[in-house]
Design a binder for this molecule. Structure first.
Ligand SMILES: NC(=O)C1=CN([C@@H]2O[C@H](COP(=O)(O)OP(=O)(O)OC[C@H]3O[C@@H](n4cnc5c(N)ncnc54)[C@H](OP(=O)(O)O)[C@@H]3O)[C@@H](O)[C@H]2O)C=CC1
Ligand SMILES: O=C(O)CCCC(=O)O
Length: 479
């Protein structure tokens, strides 16, 4: 079953194909260094063909009723769930996350198809009271057209469907460039979409050179929207590149999530929430907590309990039973964690648990907790994207809010308190698109996911996620 969905070719206009020059790139399991296989290393010409195919497929896909599209999407969802274990195996092997987490990601990824299949049926327009007795005003919501998508390696399945599902529901067609480290989950989705009945050209996947493919996607006037998840740095480049053809854009960029623990919080619950929000996917999630702030009076209790809990998290290969912390994606990611830890320790932080590479292999790093962290240390200023938790003290509510907002990012934030007045005050004051209150897990297909400040533009998931793939047209009727 694993190999059935392991596709080593790209998918353009309903055909499985190689790069024009036959070039390929090897894909390696980050957990054991084994070569899984190789995929085409495509460039400008192949991407241009994929965009052409998406443009050709657009009129017929757009002309179908929402219900016809929904039936195919529902079948796509069912194919995913029927193959959940095989897809999770591919995901865990190419990305490294524990198999159970990978299974969870497949269900999460599939949920977008199910949810948007239904939401597409509710893409209502409106009748606006006219401005003159002989005029009638009506709005239509129409799909934006051909969409280009660039997705990251940390959620190789869910970040695809979170973009693909609303696009399909809106009547759009898509060309996807998955991250070079994790193409197999995306290629498996192309195969499942084909089985579910997506017509040729509606969903195309090209793997290969980021600059060549990204360049074509941003330059080509047929592409009417670019949707991207990745770093803020690359997001800025893509935004600039889209300016010449004035594309609609969605940007899910970097985060620097604060996690506040007030003195009235349930500390044990806060520790559990902290572990979930920090160590999910080995800390490689844009909504992972990056900075913990704990009120003076409960600081010692919180750090002691957190360190104790973190020291019990089993590190191991993703496919091994019981693993909760898998490998990082590559050695560069390990170096980033080490640099942040070194900077903190040099500045006087105290290591409570972890602090070194694991004996499991070179991409493995022990889950780590450091106390006495200062707000100006690297681990609190930059996204670590790894299993390193640094804990900072705060005095009072105003202090906590000021510290939390002292960043150019604004994606997720979390806080624990049992004071209902504080719940409202802090939730309103935090500069973030997402606020987890007494929970460390905020992701679901039904809620609008996205950031403020330099964490991005637009929302994914929920009814707002459909809007990002639609344009409003208004009709002015003389009667
Ligand atoms: N918001 C999020 O979910 C994510 C945030 N990050 C953050 O970014 C840091 C770096 O991770 P990284 O994987 O390098 O993320 P990047 O943002 O660099 O890459 C994300 C995707 O964009 C592609 N890309 C890069 N440059 C271009 C370009 N000029 N045109 C088109 N596509 C491009 C990459 O391909 P290629 O690799 O071939 O360059 C990859 O597929 C992480 O440590 C983390 O802090 C990373 C991943 C996800
Ligand atoms: O952008 C990311 O890092 C993926 C977020 C996964 C989620 O929805 O929680």
């Amino acid at each position: 079953m694993f190999s059935l969905w392991l596709k080593h070719q790209c998918f353009i206009d309903g055909e499985w194909c190689d790069a024009d020059d036959g070039a390929t790139a090897d894909i390696v399991d980050p957990g054991n260094g084994e070569r899984i296989g190789s995929v085409p290393q495509m460039g400008t010409a192949e991407c241009q063909r994929a965009i052409g195919a998406a443009q050709t497929a657009l009129p017929a896909w757009r002309a179908r009723t929402a219900d016809e599209r929904a039936r195919i999407m529902r079948s796509f969802y069912e194919h995913m769930m029927a193959n959940q274990e095989a897809l999770a195996t591919i995901l865990s092997r190419e990305q490294g996350k524990p198999f159970l987490e990978a299974k969870g990601e497949i269900a999460y990824a599939a949920s977008f198809l199910e949810w948007f299949a239904e939401e597409g049926k509710r893409a209502y327009g409106e009748v606006v009271p006219g401005h003159a007795a002989d005029r009638r005003i009506v709005t239509l919501r129409q799909g934006v057209g051909v969409v280009a998508a660039i997705t990251p390696w940390n959620f190789p399945s869910a970040m695809v469907t979170r973009k693909l599902a609303p696009a399909l529901a809106a009547g759009c067609t898509m060309v996807l460039k998955p991250a070079p480290a994790t193409p197999y989950s995306a290629l498996a989705l192309a195969a499942l979409g084909e089985q579910a009945g997506l017509p040729p050209g509606v969903f195309n996947v090209v793997t290969g050179d980021a600059l060549a493919i990204g360049g074509e996607m941003t330059r080509n006037p047929l592409v009417r929207k670019l949707t991207f998840t990745g770093s803020t740095e690359v997001g800025r480049l893509l935004l600039r590149a889209c300016a010449d053809t004035v594309k609609k854009v969605s940007m899910e960029l970097g985060g620097n999530a604060p996690f506040l623990v007030f003195d009235d919080a349930d500390i044990d619950a806060a520790v559990e929430g902290a572990v979930v929000s920090k160590f999910r996917n080995c800390g490689q999630t844009c909504v992972c907590t990056n900075r913990f702030y704990v009120q003076d009076t409960v600081y010692d209790e919180f750090v002691a309990k957190l360190a104790q809990r973190v020291s019990t998290l089993p590190v191991g290969y993703g496919m091994d039973e019981g693993t909760m912390i898998g490998p990082l994606i590559d050695i560069a990611a390990v170096h980033k964690v080490e640099a942040h830890l070194e900077d903190a320790l040099a500045g006087g932080a105290a290591l409570l648990t972890g602090g070194k590479r694991s004996i499991r292999g070179e991409n493995y790093f022990e889950p780590t907790v450091v106390a006495n962290v200062k707000p100006d240390m690297k681990l609190a200023r930059e996204e670590t994207f790894g299993p390193l938790a640094g804990v900072i003290r705060f005095r009072d509510e105003a202090d906590a809010i000021a510290l939390a907002n002292d960043t150019e990012f604004g994606l997720a934030s979390y806080f624990y308190t049992r004071d209902i007045g504080r719940v409202w005050r802090v939730a309103e004051a935090l500069e973030a698109g997402i606020v987890g209150i007494n929970t460390g897990l905020i992701s679901t297909e039904v809620a609008p996911f996205g950031g403020v400040k330099q964490s991005g533009l637009g929302r994914e998931g929920s009814r707002h996620g459909l809007d990002d793939y639609m344009e409003i047209k208004y009709l002015c009727l003389g009667v």
